[in-house]
Design a protein around this ligand. Structure first.
Ligand code: FE2
Length: 345
């Protein structure tokens, strides 16, 4: 496995770049906006292809690199389903698996620091976001934080992992880089409590100042999705209701860009072609399946995904490839469901 821990000094944030092999797909966890050039340089040097950018939660202390990475690499942006970030390409829930070629991370919902906090588990390590830090825990006094939930997330979930599991947090302010579950159970001062009430008491009396960046970072991080507006301005967006009225028309080809796990969880618009977003480029270039379909049948390509972000990027890519009838369903399956569009399992 290729693994890099990257540090942003200004916010004390750790970001993690993972891939299974040189030349393969990569994902990054908790990227910081100011460091995007550095990440992309490294991705290039290691001969990787960034396909997913993931935030463990909505950050209050730095602006996320998710939007910039998406704009520059066309990667998929990923967060938990509770997040208030406006558009994230893919939303994960507890029990899901976050995958790229050759790697699979188990997704566990670990609220408490915020109500959209997730941890990602691999056989030998866990990325804990701000839920569990090295000799500390993430504060619980804003962004719907809840010390009681955090206690459950830590004692009920994270500390149940094997003792030797490496702990990689989203932050450190003292210079520590990695710990283990066993070490934290034994020596993390916040975890030496006898009851949930004692933990709640401890967390409610920390009296921390608000993070310096909070008033800037939180609103910025809630507005990650900008792609759809531009695509709509160019007239390439159909509202879910309009798309519904085109159902069954012979000149429309519906294309589902989501991954299998998302299709299984939310259903698919009947009659859709399945072209997961990572395979799109191959499919729209000359000789590719969608390219041939659009050229030989004059069918209009109607892309959709979960929330409209991947499909907005797909429309742009298809238009760039000369497929000038390509459009997408604004808001994706989420909007389709709200418009009472039919779904097949
Ligand atoms: Fe945080």
């Amino acid at each position: 496995m290729i693994f890099r821990q990257l540090f942003d000094q200004t916010s004390g944030t750790y970001s993690y770049l993972l891939a299974s092999r040189p030349g393969g797909e990569a994902l990054i966890i908790d990227p910081v906006l100011e460091k995007v050039d550095r990440y992309l340089q490294l991705v290039k040097e290691l001969d990787l292809r960034l396909v997913k950018a993931v935030d463990t939660h909505l950050h209050a202390d730095h602006i996320t690199g998710l939007g910039a990475l998406r704009d520059r690499t066309h990667c998929i942006t990923v967060m938990g389903e509770q997040t208030k970030a406006d558009v994230v390409s893919m939303r994960l829930g507890d029990g899901d698996t976050l995958t790229i070629e050759g790697l699979a991370l188990d997704v566990i919902y670990t609220p408490g620091h915020t109500d959209d906090s997730y941890s990602f588990v691999m056989p030998d390590r866990v990325f804990t976001g701000d839920t569990l830090l090295i000799r500390g825990t993430g504060r619980t006094d804003f962004q719907n934080g809840d010390p009681r939930q955090q206690y459950e997330s830590i004692f009920g979930r994270l500390l149940k992992l094997p003792d030797a599991t490496l702990v990689y947090p989203a932050h450190d302010y003292k210079g520590d880089t990695v710990s283990t579950i066993g070490e934290e159970r034994a020596y993390n001062p916040r975890l030496q409590v006898k009851s949930v009430d004692e933990y709640v008491d401890l967390m409610n009396n920390l009296k921390l100042p608000n993070p310096r960046m909070m008033d800037v970072a939180v609103p910025a991080n809630m507005k990650v999705g900008l792609v759809q507006e531009e695509i709509a301005r160019r007239g390439w967006t159909l509202a879910a209701g309009e798309a519904l009225s085109l159902m069954g028309k012979p000149d429309i080809a519906l294309i589902d860009l989501r991954e299998r796990s998302e299709r299984e969880r939310h259903g698919t618009i009947p009659g859709s072609l399945l072209v997961p977003y990572p395979t799109l480029q191959e499919s729209i270039r000359s000789g590719g399946m969608l390219h041939e379909l659009a050229k030989s049948t004059s069918k209009r390509l109607l892309f959709y995904c979960a929330f409209g972000e991947r499909s907005a990027m797909a429309v742009q890519a298809a238009q760039d490839a000369g497929l000038t009838t390509a459009c997408h369903i604004g808001g994706g399956i989420d909007a389709w469901k709200k418009a009472s569009g039919p779904l097949a399992p």
